[in-house]
Design a protein around this ligand. Structure first.
Ligand code: ADP
Ligand code: MG
Length: 343
């Protein structure tokens, strides 16, 4: 008697969903990253009841062709990489081909899209319970709208772990803010329960960028920062670092992006921390929004399903570059250091 059998595709997707779809905010992250990968310059997000009832994201990206719509929902289906070489130097935020399959296995998902070369738009629906999909004509400008309703309606165990609507909404907002910090050239809007909460227009000049940073990280942060922009040996580090006088009691204002992807990385955190070492009071944390640009082939982003971690091919070089760049930037404004902390 055989005791081993293959999981059904639906169950396999639901299990995979456990890794990337933890809560509404993780859905929003995946969906918005797809829009950015599709070259969208405007992203409009709508949330109802903390995202559990409804999340709708509309973009003006390249769109999905009719023939690809159903495929987009399949597991391991991606347009972003084709072979291992592509993975070695991946420049898109996504590449695993899992997000839409996972999300649609635990929600009621509707994908509407008009490809930039198509005459009109099409819609495909998927409901967790049965993965049957049907593609029907729709009205939509070039771009894509993803609608996710009733998250975890078929996985009550997951649903139980969700917090109050407000808490879930707050996490969605955090994701949007982080993405808005990662792509200044893109406009973002966020509607919560029918009310427009944020609307950021594309910010191309440094002044416009600083306005967006001030809106997201607070005006006090922005007015206590030094702007850095340093390039050496194929590495570029730019952004804003707070003066030691604006240190925080928590590590809650630390944004670091590698090639436009928000990451949390021990090596990076350590390098920044070390640059602040002589100028920060014990127990205080630096605040920053920093952007590292490197050759995609020198960084591995396929370390964890959520892609928050990265592995640098030459970690020592990157650490050294970040440390030296920031140390110098902070040393140049040294007279400010040593004053009492403000919060
Ligand atoms: P991945 O992003 O890893 O490729 P996803 O499951 O997130 O996997 O998406 C599957 C595919 O669907 C993508 O590779 C892309 O071709 C297409 N797609 C998803 N969202 C969009 C969008 N907003 N605009 C254009 N294409 C999209
Ligand atoms: Mg994706």
């Amino acid at each position: 008697m055989s005791e081993i059998s293959l999981l059904s595709p639906r169950l396999a997707n639901q299990i995979a969903a456990g890794e990337v779809v933890e809560r509404p905010a993780s859905v929003i992250k995946e969906v918005l990253e797809n829009s950015l990968d599709a070259g969208a310059t405007q992203l409009d997000v709508e949330i109802e009841a903390g995202g559990v009832k409804l999340m709708r994201v509309r973009d003006n990206g390249l769109g999905i062709a009719q023939d690809d719509l159903a495929m987009a929902l399949a597991r391991h289906a991606t347009s972003k990489i084709q072979d291992l070489d592509d993975l070695e130097a991946v420049a898109t935020l996504g590449f695993r081909g899992e997000a839409l399959a996972s999300i649609s296995s635990v929600s009621r998902l509707e994908l509407t899209s008009r490809h930039h070369r198509a005459e009109h738009a099409w819609t495909v629906k998927a409901e967790g319970r049965d993965m049957q999909t049907q593609v029907v004509p729709a009205a939509h400008p070039v771009g894509t709208t993803v609608e996710v309703r009733d998250l975890f309606f078929n996985t009550p165990a997951r649903r139980k772990f969700l917090r109050k609507d407000n808490t879930e909404y707050g996490r969605v907002e955090d994701v949007l803010k982080r993405l808005a910090l990662s792509r200044f050239g893109v406009g973002f809007s966020l509607k919560n329960n029918g009310r427009v909460v944020h609307s950021w227009r594309p910010a191309d000049s440094q002044i416009e960028q600083e306005r967006r940073v001030a809106q997201i990280c607070g005006p006090a942060f922005m007015s206590s920062t030094v702007h850095v922009d340093i390039e050496r040996a194929g590495l570029r580090l730019w952004g804003w670092v707070a003066l030691p006088t604006f240190s925080r009691s928590q590590a809650d204002l630390q944004h670091f992006f590698v090639n436009g992807r928000a990451i949390k990385d021990k090596l990076v955190t350590h390098a920044v921390r070390q640059a602040y070492q002589d100028v920060l009071y014990h127990g205080r944390h630096p605040a920053y929004a920093l952007y590292l640009e490197v050759d995609p082939a020198t960084v591995d982003v396929n370390v964890h399903p959520t892609k928050h971690e990265v592995r640098f091919r030459d970690g020592r070089l990157v650490h050294d570059f970040i440390f030296r760049s920031l140390h110098k930037a902070l040393a140049d404004v040294r007279p400010e250091a040593g004053t009492a902390p403000t919060n």
